[in-house]
Design a protein around this ligand. Structure first.
Ligand code: ASP
Length: 331
């Protein structure tokens, strides 16, 4: 009898692990063993080693959960796993996946999945997502691609994926780019590979950092900028309009914050595409903002840029390193 490859499954919680209690509303209940036991077909794909890392909903996830998941995944690979799957709530899955992607220092695939429908609902997608994630994690072709997000039989790079719909099972998309592969007949069909991979960043401390993300509104008076400063943030991420534009009032207020030592970075609030650097030249334009010191996030979303800043700041990176790293990862 041929020995199957080992895939480790680490559970963190989310809808995939929720059961109805009392009123019928669901909350995290099921552990890693339960999730694996619900999909007997997994044993045809791999020898599964299940482990519960945490059992929380997305909003409760903090950096220490991500570092625990990283340690679990590294240990699993050191013990011989060919790949690792993490289950996670979908609401903040993209941040955890990107956080791990910045740190993952192995060739073995690290795949994050979850579910939009809890196990008690008709058409629950958790079992199918777990199966597809294990297929990807055990696939030779997925090696060296960093962290992948697999739901709805669709394979995304962690660095590009976003949750784009509050209820649809197809919610995970890579806006502006698209998925890199699909799962069909229990196989990974990889279509695309990233042109660039990044060196893993130093593992940060588990301490949370206060880094607000603010979306600049229409007719922006910039009042929010000063309000935010009163809470002593470590950095500020602005979702600016278009290719990186603010009203002059908001730009002036940001300039003052930067003079006071705050790191300010921006992305486009459109949901996809990049910030530009030299296309518009009016006060509050991207060229003006960059000139004043705001770091442009390129193709990164605000959520991704915040995670990147978190990792860099909490491992003590200086401003030049931050500027260069954001430029590289956002390009
Ligand atoms: N709706 C969420 C999920 O799909 C809940 C959460 O993220 O924890 O898992």
């Amino acid at each position: 009898m041929s020995k199957k490859a080992v895939v480790a499954v680490g559970a963190l919680g989310g809808t995939i692990a929720m059961s109805a209690v009392g009123t019928g509303a669901v909350k995290p209940e099921l552990d890693a063993e339960d999730l694996v036991a619900a999909v007997p077909e997994l044993t045809n794909i791999a020898d599964i080693r299940a482990h519960s890392i945490a059992n929380v909903a997305s909003p409760a996830i903090v950096p220490s959960h991500v570092l625990d998941a990283l340690a679990f995944a590294r240990r699993a690979v050191d013990d011989g796993a060919v790949g690792v799957v993490l289950t996670h709530g979908t609401d903040t899955l993209e941040e955890t996946a990107y956080f791990l992607d910045l740190l993952w220092d192995r060739e073995e695939p690290l795949v994050v999945t979850g579910a939009m429908r809890s196990p008690n609902l008709p058409g629950a997608d958790g079992p199918a997502n777990l199966l597809s994630a294990v297929v990807a994690a055990s696939s030779e072709e997925a090696r060296g691609l960093g962290v992948l997000v697999v739901l709805d039989d669709t394979v995304h790079l962690a660095r590009l994926v976003s949750k784009t719909h509050s209820t649809g099972v197809w919610t995970f998309r890579s806006p502006g780019w698209g998925p890199v592969g699909r799962i069909a007949e229990r196989k990974l069909r990889l279509m695309l590979k990233p042109a660039r991979m990044f060196d893993p960043l130093p593992v940060p401390s588990a301490d949370p950092l206060h880094i607000p993300i603010v979306q600049s509104p229409w007719a922006d008076d910039g009042m929010w900028v000063t309000a935010i400063a009163s809470n002593n943030p470590r950095a500020l991420v602005i979702e600016a309009s278009g290719v990186g534009h603010l009203s002059e009032a908001a730009a002036d207020a940001c300039e003052q914050l930067m003079k006071d030592g705050l790191l300010v970075a921006m992305v486009t609030r459109t949901g996809s595409g990049t910030t530009l650097e030299h296309s518009y030249g009016y006060p509050g334009s991207e060229e003006d903002l960059i000139e004043r010191g705001i770091i442009p996030g390129g193709f990164l979303t605000g959520r991704k840029l915040r995670v990147l800043l978190h990792v860099l700041l909490s491992s003590g990176a200086d401003v030049d390193t931050i500027r260069n790293t954001v430029a590289g990862h956002g390009r």
